[in-house]
Ligand binder design. Structure first.
Ligand code: S3P
Length: 169
């Protein structure tokens, strides 16, 4: 079976939904950020602080390349994975892309107490969220399916995904 890649902005629920989806479908689960942290032996914050975003993106692309030769996995991706054309090609070739979306205010509420998102360590995170959402919109729109998670719980999102992808494998 093809992989199912969950893409979308930070705080749209990718990790928690991917885990629940994997459990419900009895399929293996991978989180791209977790794989990067494990491989690098340091946090995403540390990578951004010490080596910068460009270096992080390079590691992310290498990691995705490794993952995209696998099959049957539910893969939760970092929010910026869509920015690279090679990443998009690797995901499209090996799986179905499901984008999770949410309103900027909902995203802010979900991430405001987290300190592990280097891109949102700014004076006005809500403005940064809106700016990045605007820039990334055309990229997220390349997904096969999109689900707005603003007013849905995890189980509802999982059921929607199962319904959407049922003829894709
Ligand atoms: C990023 C999202 C993060 C992580 C890194 C960069 C982004 O993952 O990969 O901080 O560019 O949107 P989550 O979307 O899982 O928070």
């Amino acid at each position: 079976m093809k992989n199912i890649y969950l893409i979308g902005f930070m705080g749209t629920g990718k990790s928690v939904v991917a885990k629940a989806l994997a459990a419900k479908l009895d399929r293996p689960y991978l989180d791209l950020d977790d794989l990067i942290i494990k491989k690098e032996g340091r946090s995403i914050n540390e990578i951004f602080e010490k080596d910068g975003e460009v270096a992080f993106r390079k590691i992310e692309t290498e990691m995705l390349k490794e993952v995209s030769v696998k099959t049957n996995y539910i893969v939760s991706c970092g929010g910026g994975v869509v920015l690279d054309g090679q990443n998009m090609a690797d995901m499209k070739k090996s799986g179905v892309l499901v984008a999770l979306s949410a309103r900027a205010e909902a995203i802010y509420e979900r991430v405001k107490h987290n300190t592990d998102r280097p891109l949102l360590k700014v004076l006005k995170p809500i403005d940064k969220i809106k700016e990045l959402l605007h820039i990334r919109k055309p990229h997220y729109e390349k997904a096969d399916y999109t689900i707005d998670t603003t007013d849905l719980n995890v189980n509802e999102v999982v059921d929607k995904i199962i319904e959407l992808v049922k003829f894709d494998d």
